[in-house]
Design a protein around this ligand. Structure first.
Ligand code: SAM
Length: 305
């Protein structure tokens, strides 16, 4: 997967070099770049914002530097992809039945939409099922997805993370101030698939913190990033419930004991205890999730609880 982040505060994204995401980059599972739209501002002060039409508080980000930054990363991705294509055997028909393009031609066509029809963001075929995401070659579409963090977007959930993890190229545009001029999004919809996403129902100062959270949630779903893939199937928000409580050694700590069942070594009893804990915890903390559960996913013992 390739991820590009557009931000006028590139230093904010430095933590992406750490821990599992940094290792995924080193291991070649992920290509990650940060681009500053300010580099595409043309005036002496490299201005990227201006006052809002219609008046009001704050500043609005100008569309042109963002459009050029997006064009540059889409072009770069297309060039990399073209260079990574194995050379065609002499006399062999071009891959996919289309005329082979030189890298620069691919890059130009990437932004003009040539040969790659627009796929709506909510295209069912573009969505991956939880647990099935991110296998190489399973990308939903060759068109990049532009994620626009915004408190006015669709809420980012684990299901959305799985959908994004199935993509080949994600671009995140970190707004600041009062946000980016709406015409940038209108224009971008003709070039890429645009997905405004909110981290939650509150307002941050900029998109960078949201992008750190979203990139972490997405990249840990790429096969190979997490050492033990089983940890992905047993966690909160996968299967509609929250995770059960967890314990480690020592068995007794400050007058508190580990639940006896977990020390029993009886796999069936442990599994049942954990499932019950999931149901009780979810009902207490997130009754909305219990109401949304598909009854087909409940077993007899669940219903007896
Ligand atoms: N005036 C905007 C509104 O009321 O919708 C809020 C702008 S906010 C101060 C600046 C930027 O922070 C936004 O453009 C967005 O990129 C980011 N942001 C703020 N809250 C966010 C949230 N809950 N989720 C994702 N991004 C957020």
């Amino acid at each position: 997967m390739r991820i590009d982040v557009l931000s006028i505060f590139p230093e904010y994204l430095e933590p992406l070099k750490l821990s599992l995401i940094g290792k995924a980059v080193t291991d070649g599972l992920l290509q990650l770049q940060v681009t500053d739209p300010r580099a595409f501002a043309t005036d002496r002060h490299r201005t990227v914002d201006d006052t809002p039409y219609g008046g009001g508080a704050g500043m609005v980000m100008k569309p042109e530097p963002w459009a050029q930054a997006l064009e540059s990363v889409v072009r770069a991705a297309a060039q990399d992809a073209a260079l990574a294509e194995p050379p065609a055997a002499p006399g062999a028909p071009p891959a996919g039945g289309s005329t082979a393009l030189a890298a620069h031609e691919v890059a130009e066509s990437a932004m003009s939409g040539l040969g790659s029809p627009q796929v709506p963001t909510d295209d069912a075929a573009a969505r991956a099922l939880p647990g099935q995401a991110a296998a190489p070659g399973r990308a939903a579409s060759s068109r990049p997805v532009l994620v626009v963090p915004s408190p006015a977007g669709e809420v980012f959930t684990q299901d959305v993370a799985y959908e994004l993890a199935a993509e080949e190229h994600l671009v995140f545009a970190c707004g600041r101030y009062e946000g980016i001029d709406e015409r940038f999004l209108d224009w971008a919809r003709g070039e890429v698939r645009v997905r405004p996403l909110s981290l939650g129902d509150y307002v941050l100062n900029g998109g960078e913190v949201a992008v750190l959270a979203m990139v972490e949630a997405v990249t840990r779903l790429i096969p190979g990033v997490i050492g033990n893939p089983e940890s992905l199937t047993e966690e909160s928000h996968t299967g509609g419930l929250l995770e059960y409580p967890v314990y480690t050694k020592p068995a007794a700590w400050r007058d508190r004991e580990v639940p006896e069942t977990l020390l029993s070594g009886h796999h069936g009893r442990i599994a049942r205890w954990r499932r019950d804990q999931q149901l009780v915890r979810t009902a207490r903390r997130r009754p909305d999730m219990v109401l949304a559960l598909d009854p087909a996913h409940l077993d007899r013992a669940d219903l007896a609880l």
